[in-house]
Design a binder for this molecule. Sequence first.
Ligand code: ADP
Ligand code: MG
Ligand code: MG
Length: 211
Amino acid sequence: DAPVDASFLLRWLDTSATVLDREANRLTLLDSPIGDADHGTNMRRGFIAARTAVGQEPPDTPGGVLTAIGRHLISTVGGASGPLYGTLLRRAGKQLGDEPAVGAERLRDALRAGVDGVAQLGGAAAGDKTMLDALLPALDAMDTALAGGGSTTEVLDAAAKAAAEGAEATTPLRARKGRASYLGDRSIGHQDPGATSSALLVAALADTARE
Ligand code: ADP
Ligand code: MG
Ligand code: MG
């Protein structure tokens, strides 16, 4: 089972930037009916900038990598998603401290702290049709897989599956936070772009563990 160290998270960053570049149009299309059609552009810009900047001076701890990515997202992504994802990664990075490598359980704890930070900053809860509707089920799936003695790969696969299902399950929801909430009932019937990008980021974690 691969330890989650700085190199692991740098590979995750590389995969994430590639996936977001590839999926940017789809994310922006999702953000068209219930937003301002920029989510793909925002995410692509942020992760490509983070990959370049963090790659130039790579931190040597997993916490350092997450904190650095979070900082770059906050400074390069406009819109709601930049500060929210930035907070998630900075909080998670801070939680890992300066440990050189962690296992799936410590990673779960760090992500839980980061997702709590998103909920605090944005004031959203489960069912509000936001990125939390992918992230919270992913954390719960990690809990279950860890309790069952799963390997890091199994734990992250379970998280990726739950995040993808959570993102799809946002379609019938009415948005209660963010831009989409201005539409009221007209937000119903569209998948949330931020939940979709969250599912892509969690899938990239699982892919990194499997490589
Ligand atoms: P903006 O809405 O400012 O254009 P983006 O399009 O990049 O920003 O991101 C929109 C996504 O951000 C939404 O799909 C939703 O998942 C997420 N989001 C918006 N507001 C919140 C919030 N208060 N809490 C959690 N996530 C939110
Ligand atoms: Mg938008
Ligand atoms: Mg915007």
